[in-house]
Design a protein around this ligand. Structure first.
Ligand code: 5GP
Length: 188
């Protein structure tokens, strides 16, 4: 069996964070990666757990030092995957990244043989809009901006290896587990 780099992407509010946590909790052969970001921590987030929260200055220094496997900018903040952590883990385990589509496609370009791109989509756009509005943490304008980004992310689905509809968390989780198992068994 080979180790794979599993990328889970999908629009905000689709439940990919929950799915990633479930997958990691149930599979010892899968390691999560903690990204670096320049955005401020949200309430309840801890440095080194959800993200490593670093300054833009440090982020730029680390881009220059080639420390990121991939990075991208979102709503004015940078997000990046630490290269050395992923490369080290891949020698012994598969690695799960929960990153955006730009990052996912970059990872695939850099490591085409071992990267598996999985897009998680909502059962419908109406459902997603309802979930995002339900968060109630932002105004109309911000919600519109997020919905534009959602459409952009979903438009990239044909470039992904798999699309998994999150109509039910347990079912979607099992589908992703099957994909990972199948990919690990592939002989290439
Ligand atoms: P949030 O600020 O809501 O935690 O994340 C915003 C977006 O950044 C999400 O789509 C998330 O998947 C993406 N993201 C998180 N970490 C990374 C990363 O290391 N690289 C890239 N390209 N995107 C990331």
């Amino acid at each position: 069996m080979r180790n794979v780099l599993v990328v889970i992407s999908g629009p905000s509010g689709v439940g990919k964070g929950t799915l990633a946590r479930m997958l990691l909790a149930e599979d010892d052969g899968l390691a999560g990666s903690v990204s670096c970001t320049t955005r401020a921590p949200r309430p309840g987030e801890a440095n080194g757990r959800e993200y490593f929260f670093i300054s833009e200055h440090e982020f730029r220094d680390r881009i220059a030092a080639n420390d990121f496997l991939e990075y991208d900018e979102h709503f004015g903040n940078f997000y990046g995957t630490p290269r050395s952590f992923v490369e080290r883990q891949l020698k012994r385990k598969s690695v799960l990244l929960e990153i955006d589509v730009v990052g996912g496609l970059n990872a695939k370009r850099l490591m085409p043989a071992c990267t598996v791109l999985i897009m998680v989509t909502p059962p419908s756009m109406q459902e997603l809009e309802r979930r995002l509005a339900g968060r109630g943490s932002e105004g109309e304008e911000a919600l519109h901006e997020r919905m534009r980004r959602v459409r952009y992310e979903l438009d990239q689905a044909p470039l992904y290896d798999y699309v998994v509809v999150n109509d039910d968390l347990q079912r979607a989780k099992r589908e992703i587990q099957d994909i990972i198992r199948k990919e690990k068994e592939k002989k290439i």
